[in-house]
Design a protein around this ligand. Structure first.
Ligand code: NAI
Length: 330
Protein backbone atom coordinates (compact mmCIF):
# COMPACT_ATOMS: atom_id res chain seq x y z
CA UNK A 1 0.00 0.00 0.00
CA UNK A 2 0.99 3.63 -0.46
CA UNK A 3 0.73 5.37 2.86
CA UNK A 4 1.06 9.07 3.69
CA UNK A 5 2.44 9.42 7.22
CA UNK A 6 1.41 12.80 8.64
CA UNK A 7 2.99 14.63 11.61
CA UNK A 8 6.04 12.47 10.93
CA UNK A 9 9.11 12.94 13.09
CA UNK A 10 12.57 11.40 12.73
CA UNK A 11 11.64 8.69 15.24
CA UNK A 12 8.42 7.79 13.33
CA UNK A 13 10.48 7.19 10.20
CA UNK A 14 13.07 5.14 12.11
CA UNK A 15 10.56 2.85 13.84
CA UNK A 16 8.01 2.50 11.00
CA UNK A 17 10.66 1.81 8.36
CA UNK A 18 12.31 -0.61 10.78
CA UNK A 19 9.08 -2.61 11.13
CA UNK A 20 8.08 -2.31 7.46
CA UNK A 21 10.70 -4.52 5.78
CA UNK A 22 9.78 -3.08 2.37
CA UNK A 23 6.13 -4.21 2.37
CA UNK A 24 4.55 -0.75 2.03
CA UNK A 25 5.62 2.54 0.49
CA UNK A 26 5.65 5.27 3.08
CA UNK A 27 5.80 9.00 2.40
CA UNK A 28 6.79 10.81 5.59
CA UNK A 29 5.21 14.26 5.79
CA UNK A 30 5.99 16.78 8.51
CA UNK A 31 2.68 18.73 8.53
CA UNK A 32 -0.34 17.77 10.60
CA UNK A 33 -3.22 16.43 8.54
CA UNK A 34 -5.94 19.08 8.53
CA UNK A 35 -8.11 21.11 6.14
CA UNK A 36 -5.08 22.99 4.81
CA UNK A 37 -2.85 19.98 4.22
CA UNK A 38 -5.28 17.23 3.21
CA UNK A 39 -4.44 17.63 -0.50
CA UNK A 40 -1.11 15.94 0.38
CA UNK A 41 -3.09 12.70 0.78
CA UNK A 42 -3.87 12.55 -2.96
CA UNK A 43 -2.54 9.38 -4.55
CA UNK A 44 -2.30 7.38 -1.32
CA UNK A 45 -4.31 4.34 -0.22
CA UNK A 46 -4.03 5.17 3.46
CA UNK A 47 -3.04 7.92 5.86
CA UNK A 48 -1.15 7.24 9.05
CA UNK A 49 -1.82 9.91 11.69
CA UNK A 50 -1.15 10.90 15.28
CA UNK A 51 -2.87 12.68 18.16
CA UNK A 52 -2.92 16.24 16.79
CA UNK A 53 -4.02 15.51 13.23
CA UNK A 54 -7.56 16.71 12.57
CA UNK A 55 -9.77 14.24 10.74
CA UNK A 56 -13.12 15.99 10.85
CA UNK A 57 -15.91 15.30 8.35
CA UNK A 58 -14.64 17.78 5.76
CA UNK A 59 -11.04 16.45 5.84
CA UNK A 60 -12.37 12.89 5.60
CA UNK A 61 -14.60 13.83 2.65
CA UNK A 62 -11.60 15.29 0.83
CA UNK A 63 -9.33 12.32 1.41
CA UNK A 64 -12.14 9.86 0.56
CA UNK A 65 -12.51 11.63 -2.80
CA UNK A 66 -8.75 11.03 -3.34
CA UNK A 67 -9.36 7.29 -2.83
CA UNK A 68 -8.00 6.99 0.72
CA UNK A 69 -9.63 3.93 2.26
CA UNK A 70 -7.86 3.62 5.59
CA UNK A 71 -6.88 5.84 8.51
CA UNK A 72 -4.18 4.18 10.64
CA UNK A 73 -3.77 5.94 13.97
CA UNK A 74 -0.35 5.60 15.62
CA UNK A 75 -2.00 6.12 19.00
CA UNK A 76 -4.75 4.80 21.25
CA UNK A 77 -7.03 7.86 21.52
CA UNK A 78 -9.23 8.62 18.50
CA UNK A 79 -11.07 11.73 19.67
CA UNK A 80 -9.51 13.63 16.73
CA UNK A 81 -11.30 11.45 14.15
CA UNK A 82 -14.98 11.80 13.21
CA UNK A 83 -15.48 8.04 13.14
CA UNK A 84 -19.14 8.29 12.12
CA UNK A 85 -18.17 10.39 9.07
CA UNK A 86 -15.37 7.95 8.21
CA UNK A 87 -17.82 5.02 8.35
CA UNK A 88 -20.29 6.87 6.15
CA UNK A 89 -17.52 7.54 3.62
CA UNK A 90 -16.29 3.93 3.63
CA UNK A 91 -12.99 4.75 5.33
CA UNK A 92 -11.83 2.24 7.95
CA UNK A 93 -10.18 3.64 11.09
CA UNK A 94 -7.67 1.47 12.95
CA UNK A 95 -5.60 2.33 16.02
CA UNK A 96 -2.99 1.02 18.43
CA UNK A 97 -5.13 0.31 21.49
CA UNK A 98 -2.24 -0.54 23.78
CA UNK A 99 1.45 -0.01 23.26
CA UNK A 100 2.95 0.62 26.62
CA UNK A 101 0.62 1.38 29.48
CA UNK A 102 3.78 1.26 31.60
CA UNK A 103 5.33 4.17 29.70
CA UNK A 104 2.38 6.48 30.39
CA UNK A 105 1.78 5.32 33.97
CA UNK A 106 5.47 5.67 34.84
CA UNK A 107 5.49 9.20 33.41
CA UNK A 108 2.43 10.10 35.52
CA UNK A 109 4.28 8.82 38.60
CA UNK A 110 7.29 10.88 37.52
CA UNK A 111 5.12 14.00 37.56
CA UNK A 112 3.84 13.13 41.05
CA UNK A 113 7.38 12.73 42.39
CA UNK A 114 8.64 15.85 40.67
CA UNK A 115 5.82 18.04 41.97
CA UNK A 116 5.85 16.61 45.47
CA UNK A 117 9.61 16.91 46.04
CA UNK A 118 9.95 20.03 43.83
CA UNK A 119 12.66 18.36 41.77
CA UNK A 120 12.18 20.88 38.94
CA UNK A 121 13.06 23.71 41.32
CA UNK A 122 15.86 21.82 43.04
CA UNK A 123 17.49 21.05 39.68
CA UNK A 124 17.71 24.73 38.78
CA UNK A 125 18.73 25.86 42.26
CA UNK A 126 21.70 23.53 42.53
CA UNK A 127 23.00 24.60 39.13
CA UNK A 128 22.94 28.20 40.36
CA UNK A 129 24.75 27.37 43.59
CA UNK A 130 21.60 27.84 45.70
CA UNK A 131 21.51 25.04 48.27
CA UNK A 132 18.64 26.45 50.34
CA UNK A 133 15.78 24.04 51.06
CA UNK A 134 13.18 26.78 51.55
CA UNK A 135 10.16 26.09 49.35
CA UNK A 136 11.15 22.48 48.61
CA UNK A 137 9.11 20.84 51.38
CA UNK A 138 7.26 17.73 50.23
CA UNK A 139 5.24 14.99 51.91
CA UNK A 140 5.60 11.23 52.30
CA UNK A 141 3.60 9.40 49.65
CA UNK A 142 3.25 6.48 52.03
CA UNK A 143 -0.24 6.62 53.57
CA UNK A 144 -1.56 9.31 51.21
CA UNK A 145 -4.80 8.77 49.27
CA UNK A 146 -4.55 8.55 45.49
CA UNK A 147 -7.64 8.79 43.27
CA UNK A 148 -7.39 6.98 39.92
CA UNK A 149 -10.00 8.18 37.41
CA UNK A 150 -10.26 5.49 34.76
CA UNK A 151 -8.97 2.00 35.52
CA UNK A 152 -8.19 0.79 32.02
CA UNK A 153 -4.75 -0.32 30.91
CA UNK A 154 -2.85 2.76 32.11
CA UNK A 155 -4.88 3.46 35.26
CA UNK A 156 -4.25 -0.09 36.52
CA UNK A 157 -0.47 0.24 36.14
CA UNK A 158 -0.48 3.68 37.76
CA UNK A 159 -2.53 2.34 40.68
CA UNK A 160 -0.14 -0.60 41.16
CA UNK A 161 2.92 1.67 41.27
CA UNK A 162 1.27 4.07 43.72
CA UNK A 163 0.12 1.15 45.88
CA UNK A 164 3.78 0.14 45.95
CA UNK A 165 4.59 3.46 47.62
CA UNK A 166 2.11 2.55 50.36
CA UNK A 167 -0.69 4.81 49.13
CA UNK A 168 -4.37 4.15 49.72
CA UNK A 169 -5.95 3.73 46.28
CA UNK A 170 -9.45 4.96 45.41
CA UNK A 171 -10.76 4.32 41.92
CA UNK A 172 -13.63 5.36 39.75
CA UNK A 173 -14.56 3.87 36.39
CA UNK A 174 -18.07 3.58 34.89
CA UNK A 175 -17.07 0.11 33.61
CA UNK A 176 -14.88 -1.14 36.45
CA UNK A 177 -12.85 -4.34 36.37
CA UNK A 178 -11.69 -4.61 39.96
CA UNK A 179 -9.86 -7.92 39.34
CA UNK A 180 -6.93 -6.08 37.74
CA UNK A 181 -6.54 -3.40 40.41
CA UNK A 182 -4.08 -3.76 43.29
CA UNK A 183 -5.37 -5.43 46.41
CA UNK A 184 -7.09 -3.04 48.77
CA UNK A 185 -8.31 -0.65 46.05
CA UNK A 186 -11.58 0.99 47.06
CA UNK A 187 -14.01 1.49 44.18
CA UNK A 188 -15.91 4.66 44.97
CA UNK A 189 -18.09 7.25 43.27
CA UNK A 190 -16.36 10.12 41.47
CA UNK A 191 -17.63 12.52 44.15
CA UNK A 192 -16.15 10.38 46.93
CA UNK A 193 -12.86 10.12 45.03
CA UNK A 194 -12.69 13.89 44.58
CA UNK A 195 -13.52 14.49 48.25
CA UNK A 196 -10.92 12.13 49.74
CA UNK A 197 -7.91 12.14 47.40
CA UNK A 198 -4.61 13.95 48.06
CA UNK A 199 -3.52 13.14 44.51
CA UNK A 200 -5.87 12.63 41.54
CA UNK A 201 -4.64 11.18 38.26
CA UNK A 202 -6.76 11.09 35.10
CA UNK A 203 -6.60 7.94 32.99
CA UNK A 204 -9.89 8.09 31.08
CA UNK A 205 -10.39 8.90 27.39
CA UNK A 206 -11.68 12.20 26.07
CA UNK A 207 -15.31 11.74 25.06
CA UNK A 208 -18.08 14.34 24.71
CA UNK A 209 -19.23 13.26 28.19
CA UNK A 210 -15.77 13.60 29.74
CA UNK A 211 -15.04 16.99 28.18
CA UNK A 212 -14.02 19.34 31.04
CA UNK A 213 -14.52 16.61 33.61
CA UNK A 214 -12.34 18.82 35.79
CA UNK A 215 -14.12 22.16 36.01
CA UNK A 216 -15.00 24.82 38.56
CA UNK A 217 -17.64 22.63 40.26
CA UNK A 218 -15.59 19.43 40.40
CA UNK A 219 -12.51 21.31 41.63
CA UNK A 220 -14.67 22.78 44.43
CA UNK A 221 -15.49 19.19 45.48
CA UNK A 222 -11.79 18.27 45.86
CA UNK A 223 -9.58 18.45 48.92
CA UNK A 224 -7.96 21.87 49.21
CA UNK A 225 -4.35 21.62 48.04
CA UNK A 226 -4.99 18.52 45.90
CA UNK A 227 -2.36 17.45 43.37
CA UNK A 228 -3.86 16.84 39.93
CA UNK A 229 -2.13 14.85 37.19
CA UNK A 230 -3.33 14.62 33.59
CA UNK A 231 -1.53 12.39 31.10
CA UNK A 232 -4.72 11.52 29.18
CA UNK A 233 -6.14 14.30 27.02
CA UNK A 234 -5.99 18.05 27.56
CA UNK A 235 -9.68 18.80 27.21
CA UNK A 236 -10.50 16.67 30.25
CA UNK A 237 -9.55 19.84 32.16
CA UNK A 238 -11.11 23.29 31.84
CA UNK A 239 -7.81 25.20 31.82
CA UNK A 240 -9.09 28.66 32.92
CA UNK A 241 -10.86 26.93 35.85
CA UNK A 242 -7.65 25.20 36.93
CA UNK A 243 -5.71 28.47 36.65
CA UNK A 244 -8.21 30.13 39.04
CA UNK A 245 -7.84 27.18 41.40
CA UNK A 246 -4.03 27.40 41.27
CA UNK A 247 -4.22 31.14 41.99
CA UNK A 248 -6.43 30.57 45.03
CA UNK A 249 -4.36 27.61 46.26
CA UNK A 250 -7.36 25.29 45.97
CA UNK A 251 -5.25 23.11 43.65
CA UNK A 252 -1.83 22.63 45.25
CA UNK A 253 0.06 21.16 42.31
CA UNK A 254 -0.62 20.37 38.67
CA UNK A 255 1.21 17.95 36.43
CA UNK A 256 0.26 17.94 32.74
CA UNK A 257 1.49 15.95 29.79
CA UNK A 258 -1.44 17.13 27.67
CA UNK A 259 -3.12 20.49 27.10
CA UNK A 260 -6.42 21.48 25.49
CA UNK A 261 -4.78 23.57 22.76
CA UNK A 262 -1.62 21.50 22.44
CA UNK A 263 -1.95 20.95 18.69
CA UNK A 264 -0.59 24.47 18.11
CA UNK A 265 2.41 23.88 20.38
CA UNK A 266 3.47 20.36 21.16
CA UNK A 267 5.96 18.28 19.19
CA UNK A 268 7.55 21.42 17.65
CA UNK A 269 10.63 23.46 18.60
CA UNK A 270 9.17 26.93 19.19
CA UNK A 271 12.03 28.08 21.40
CA UNK A 272 12.87 31.12 19.26
CA UNK A 273 9.25 32.20 18.80
CA UNK A 274 6.73 34.08 20.91
CA UNK A 275 4.04 31.77 22.28
CA UNK A 276 0.72 33.43 21.44
CA UNK A 277 -1.34 31.27 23.83
CA UNK A 278 -1.80 33.42 26.97
CA UNK A 279 -3.56 30.64 28.89
CA UNK A 280 -0.65 28.25 28.38
CA UNK A 281 1.84 31.01 29.18
CA UNK A 282 0.00 31.70 32.46
CA UNK A 283 0.27 28.02 33.41
CA UNK A 284 4.03 28.20 32.93
CA UNK A 285 4.34 30.96 35.54
CA UNK A 286 3.27 28.77 38.48
CA UNK A 287 6.08 27.17 40.52
CA UNK A 288 3.76 24.27 41.36
CA UNK A 289 2.94 23.35 37.74
CA UNK A 290 5.04 20.95 35.67
CA UNK A 291 4.21 20.49 32.00
CA UNK A 292 5.68 17.99 29.58
CA UNK A 293 4.83 18.06 25.88
CA UNK A 294 2.85 14.84 25.36
CA UNK A 295 5.87 12.66 25.96
CA UNK A 296 4.36 10.11 28.36
CA UNK A 297 4.23 7.47 25.61
CA UNK A 298 7.75 8.20 24.41
CA UNK A 299 9.82 5.15 25.23
CA UNK A 300 11.72 2.89 22.85
CA UNK A 301 9.49 -0.02 23.92
CA UNK A 302 6.33 1.94 23.11
CA UNK A 303 7.57 3.15 19.70
CA UNK A 304 8.50 -0.41 18.71
CA UNK A 305 5.05 -1.63 19.75
CA UNK A 306 3.30 1.22 17.89
CA UNK A 307 5.22 0.42 14.70
CA UNK A 308 4.61 -3.34 14.99
CA UNK A 309 0.90 -2.96 15.73
CA UNK A 310 0.50 -0.45 12.90
CA UNK A 311 2.13 -2.93 10.49
CA UNK A 312 -0.17 -5.66 11.79
CA UNK A 313 -3.22 -3.41 11.34
CA UNK A 314 -2.22 -2.57 7.75
CA UNK A 315 -1.61 -6.24 6.90
CA UNK A 316 -4.88 -7.42 8.46
CA UNK A 317 -6.98 -4.74 6.80
CA UNK A 318 -5.25 -5.22 3.42
CA UNK A 319 -5.82 -8.98 3.54
CA UNK A 320 -9.42 -9.09 4.77
CA UNK A 321 -10.90 -5.58 4.81
CA UNK A 322 -11.44 -5.87 8.54
CA UNK A 323 -9.16 -5.36 11.53
CA UNK A 324 -9.43 -6.30 15.19
CA UNK A 325 -8.11 -2.85 16.10
CA UNK A 326 -10.75 -1.01 14.06
CA UNK A 327 -12.62 1.85 15.73
CA UNK A 328 -16.38 1.92 15.30
CA UNK A 329 -18.81 4.80 15.69
CA UNK A 330 -20.65 4.59 19.01
P1 NAI B 1 -8.41 2.25 28.31
O1 NAI B 1 -9.43 2.31 27.22
O2 NAI B 1 -7.68 0.98 28.57
O3 NAI B 1 -9.06 2.73 29.69
C1 NAI B 1 -9.81 3.89 29.82
C2 NAI B 1 -10.78 3.65 30.97
O4 NAI B 1 -11.43 4.90 31.26
C3 NAI B 1 -11.89 2.63 30.66
O5 NAI B 1 -11.88 1.61 31.65
C4 NAI B 1 -13.17 3.46 30.69
O6 NAI B 1 -14.28 2.72 31.19
C5 NAI B 1 -12.76 4.57 31.63
N1 NAI B 1 -13.60 5.77 31.60
C6 NAI B 1 -14.30 6.30 30.57
N2 NAI B 1 -14.94 7.42 30.98
C7 NAI B 1 -14.61 7.59 32.30
C8 NAI B 1 -14.96 8.57 33.27
N3 NAI B 1 -15.77 9.59 33.01
N4 NAI B 1 -14.44 8.43 34.51
C9 NAI B 1 -13.63 7.39 34.81
N5 NAI B 1 -13.27 6.44 33.93
C10 NAI B 1 -13.76 6.55 32.68
O7 NAI B 1 -7.37 3.44 27.97
P2 NAI B 1 -5.85 3.54 28.40
O8 NAI B 1 -5.00 2.78 27.45
O9 NAI B 1 -5.73 3.28 29.86
O10 NAI B 1 -5.59 5.09 28.12
C11 NAI B 1 -6.20 6.12 28.87
C12 NAI B 1 -6.02 7.41 28.14
O11 NAI B 1 -4.62 7.77 28.18
C13 NAI B 1 -6.31 7.32 26.63
O12 NAI B 1 -7.65 7.49 26.35
C14 NAI B 1 -5.47 8.43 26.05
O13 NAI B 1 -6.27 9.59 25.97
C15 NAI B 1 -4.36 8.63 27.08
N6 NAI B 1 -3.04 8.33 26.56
C16 NAI B 1 -2.07 9.29 26.68
C17 NAI B 1 -0.80 9.07 26.22
C18 NAI B 1 0.30 10.10 26.39
O14 NAI B 1 1.37 9.94 25.80
N7 NAI B 1 0.12 11.12 27.21
C19 NAI B 1 -0.45 7.82 25.53
C20 NAI B 1 -1.53 6.84 25.51
C21 NAI B 1 -2.78 7.12 25.98
Amino acid sequence: MKIAVFSAKRYDREFLEGANAGRHTFRFLEPHLDAETCSLAAGFDAVCVFVNDTLDASVLETIAAFGVKLVALRCAGFNNVDVAAATRLGIAVVRVPAYSPNAVAEHAVGLVLMLNRKLHRAYNRIREGNFSLDGLLGFDLNGRTVGVVGTGRIGVVFAKIMAGFGCRILSFDPMPDSSRMPQGTEEVSLDALFAASDIISLHCPLTPKNHHLINEQTIAAMKPGVMLINTSRGALIDTPAIISALKSGRVGALGLDVYEEESNLFFEDLSDRIIPDDVFSRLLTFPNVVITGHQAFFTRDALEKIAQTTMGNLAEWEASGVCANAVHAS
